[in-house]
Design a protein around this ligand. Sequence first.
Ligand code: FRU
Length: 345
Amino acid sequence: MKLSNRQQLTPRLQQNTRPVWRRLPSARYWILGALVVSSFALSSGCKKSGAGTSSATSAPQEHFVIGMSQCNLGEPWRVQQNADIKAAAAKYPELKVIFKDAQNDTLRQIYEIEEFVRQKVNLIIVSPKETQPLTAPVARAMAAGIPVIVLDRRILGTNYTCFIGGDNKQIGYAAGKWIVQALHGKGDVVELMGLMTTTPGQQRHLGFREALAGTDIHVIFHADMQWLQSVARMEMESALDRFPHIDLVFAANDDGAHGAYLAAQAEGRAKDMLFVGIDGLPQEGVVWVKQGILSATFQYPTGGAQAIDEALKILHGEKVPKDIVLGSRMFDKANVGQDGQAIQY
Ligand code: FRU
C-alpha cells in the first residue's frame, strides 16, 4: 500500500517532535559535558578571584598577608626585630607574614617594596635602610591602597599609615648625660655615629651633642660607622693612631661600641677608656655591660610586637595613631642586675 504524502511524512514529524537528546544519543553526552565544563570553569574562577584578596566572603576566617621589608639581617638587632614580628604574628592564625631581607642595599629594598605592591599584600611593614630613598616607594604603596607601617628609621614626610620607633634624640641625650656624669663633666671622647642618612643616626648624634653642650667634654674624633661593627673597628683604629689619650667612646649602637672595644683591646688600650652604646639587647649589649666590656647601653626597642598589634587594627579598619614612640631603658654596672632603669631625660 502506497502511503499518502501526509502519511509518509507523519513518522518523520513524530520523530522530529521527540526531544533532541532522545533523537541523537550522542547529543546527550554533549549537553552533559557542556554542563560539567561550565560548572568547573565557574567554580575555578571564584577560587582564583578569592585567592588574591582577603576572601572575606567565602572563608570562615579572614586571611591577611603582611609584607615585611627588613633592610638588613647582618646585625643582631634586626634579627631580633624579625623574631619579635614573627612571634607576635604567630598568635594570630589569620596573619601570614612574608619577610624580605634587602641585605643593606637601598635599591634592593626599593625593589622588594615594589614587589609587595605587585603581589597586592594587605599591608606592608618596612624598616627602611635610608630615609630619603625609601620615601617614594612607600608613597607608591600608599597610592596603591596598601597601608604601610614604618618601623624604627623614618622616611621623609608623613605619607605612611603609622610610624613606630624609639625617641632617638632622647636616647642620644640620655647617653650624653650619663657620659657627662661618668666623666665628671670633663674629658676627651670619640663619637662613632650611626649611618647619617638615617634618622636614628642623625637624632642620636644631635641628642648626644646637646647633652655635652656647656661641659668640658671634647669630641676629639668623630666618624660615621654606618651602624657596622667592622667599620667602627676600622675608624677606631684611626682614632687610636691619632690620639694617645681617649677617655670614652660613644657609639650610636652596641655593635659599633663593641667594634671600637675590639680595636682598643688589640692595641692593649681597652682598659684606658670607657665604651657606651645603644640597643641594649638582652643577648648582646646587656651581656657586654655584665662582662664589663661596655660601661652603659641604652635600650632601643625593636617595635616588632607593636607593629603586629597596629597592623591588626589597621587590617580590621580601626584607626591607629600616626606616630607611636616607644620608651627606653638604661643599663649600667649599677643597675644591670635589676633590669636597668627607665630613662629619665
Ligand atoms: C640595626 C641598627 C641598630 C640601631 C638601629 C637604628 O641595623 O643599626 O643597631 O639601633 O639599626 O636604626
